[in-house]
Design a protein around this ligand. Structure first.
Ligand SMILES: Cc1ncc(COP(=O)(O)O)c(C=O)c1O
Length: 459
């Protein structure tokens, strides 16, 4: 079955590829995660009803004029995820519980990490990692220690450093890779620099060999924001495993989704337990409590607080989504890689446009399709993105561009200390288009065709 609205404007009927999110090119398998017994007749009927609902909403959308045939993202969940969420609701198991534990375990296995701790967003995952650095139970850094982070990223990465009482020092970004500029990184290190908060932007892994060398030389702790880089590897190792801990986002447009949601991975259960206490009130619950003898305290052990903490817990509905999506993830990411390869190969050595350089040891699992205008091109970023938008292709800046150029920068001295030339280039000449495992090869080809039509104006 085709999904005509997505095929609007992407070529003659005969040239189109059939496209269906469930039966077409996407290769993920239908999942039976977590024992929702679809063979019970009533569950099966419910599943059928949800199938119909999803189909119906698709039909409703098809009936409406769509602004974009090539959007930034598409919903990747289906009946299995909705059944999981309903199962949690109908069994009154809505707050963090067994599904969360199971998802954490399976995610850590998938990631080849020692342990994983689920939270309610990628931003919360970043916040938790920074709070781990200054956790009063066992502080790794003194308050006010300097943490280096790139100026092109999602801003909550930076707010996390500041909200944990650490001193943020911004580092420039290399427009060739969209990742932290190594020369500027080394030049920014002072005796007060204690940690490095990396981001693997757009899924492009940072050059970890060199970064680990620098960190070792200066005694810096590494933490990694992998919110756009789930399943990207460097030297065969998944990003997120190179430092103290790594964060992931399961926001709807990311490699997998739990609607909202996030995860922190780390090397062992001991760190995970500290993250878990910071995740939920500083409470001695859901952790190995044998390490915290309460004999000398006159407290109810069920309500014992051993640390300070936030409340950034996920729900079971999100974890149920996660269990289903994790099974589909290998298929999703195989497709992401294939589609990105098709796009970038066609753009190789383009006269006007470039895409990020990839380190020879890196294998990116692209989050999106980022593009930079080369120097001295006869058009502006706004010209080309306006054209693409007019052709039904959604575009956006590379994450937030240079954050030091946003209005928020007026509030904080950290953003006013210097200029960032690499980040400025990305701010002015960079943009990205979506990449979804539900896109077809035909959509990528049509996208390339439209880009070429625009570029032909200048040759
Ligand atoms: C690099 C990066 N870090 C952190 C986040 C925050 O994730 P969330 O939207 O789940 O809070 C995002 C979100 O897109 C991101 O791209």
């Amino acid at each position: 079955m085709e999904w005509p609205v997505l095929l609007m404007n992407i070529g003659k009927e005969s040239e189109r590829e059939p496209f269906s999110p469930r039966a077409g090119p996407p290769v993920y398998k239908e999942t039976t995660v977590n024992e929702i017994p679809r063979n019970i007749p009533s569950i099966d009927k419910l599943g059928g009803a949800i199938d119909s609902f999803l189909e119906l909403s698709r039909r409703i959308n098809e009936g409406q004029p769509q602004k974009y045939w090539y959007p930034l993202s598409m919903p990747t969940y289906g009946t299995e995820e909705v059944l999981q969420a309903l199962d949690s609701l109908c069994s009154f198991q809505t707050t963090m519980g067994e599904k969360t534990l199971e998802f954490e375990k399976r995610f850590a296995d998938h990631q080849k990490s020692g342990a994983a701790v689920m939270v309610n967003s990628g931003s919360s995952a970043d916040l938790l990692m920074c709070h781990l650095l200054v956790d009063p139970i066992q502080p790794l850094l003194a308050p006010g220690s300097e943490v280096l982070a790139p100026v092109v990223t999602w801003p909550t990465q930076l707010w996390s450093v500041m909200m944990a009482g650490l001193k943020l020092k911004l580092v420039d970004v290399d427009p060739e890779t969209l990742n932290i500029d190594l020369a500027d990184l080394e030049g920014s290190i002072t005796p007060n620099t204690k940690a490095l908060f990396l981001v693997h932007l757009m899924g492009n892994p940072c050059p970890m060999d060199r970064i680990q060398e620098i960190a070792k030389k200066h005694g810096l702790i590494i933490i990694e924001d992998c919110c756009e880089a789930l399943d990207s590897t460097y030297g065969g190792v998944k990003v997120g495993n190179f430092g103290l801990c790594g964060s992931y986002s399961f926001f709807f447009s990311h490699h997998m989704t739990t609607m909202e949601g996030g995860m922190v991975v780390c090397h062992d259960e001991e760190l995970a337990d500290r993250l878990k206490m910071l995740r939920a009130h500083g409470w001695l619950r859901n952790v190995d409590n044998s390490k915290f003898p309460l004999d000398s305290y006159n407290v109810d052990p069920r309500y014992a607080f051993v640390d300070w903490g936030l409340n950034v817990r996920p729900t079971e509905l999100q974890a149920g989504f996660g269990l289903c999506q994790l099974e589909k993830l290998p298929g999703f990411n195989q497709r992401r890689k294939l589609l990105a390869e098709r796009f970038f190969t066609a753009l190789d050595r383009n006269q006007y446009l470039s895409f990020p350089n990839v380190d020879p040891k890196a294998d990116p699992c692209w989050f999106a399709l980022p593009i930079m205008l080369k120097t001295d091109v006869p058009f502006t970023r706004r010209d080309i993105t306006n054209y693409l938008e007019s052709q039904g292709i959604e575009t956006r800046p590379v994450v937030a561009g240079n954050i030091a150029r946003h209005p928020v920068a007026r509030l904080f001295p950290e953003f006013k200390t210097r200029t960032f030339q690499g980040a400025d280039k990305i701010h002015e000449n960079g943009f990205y288009m979506g990449l979804s495992p539900l896109f077809s090869e035909g959509m990528i080809d049509r996208l390339l065709e439209i880009l070429q039509t625009y570029l032909n104006r200048f040759s």
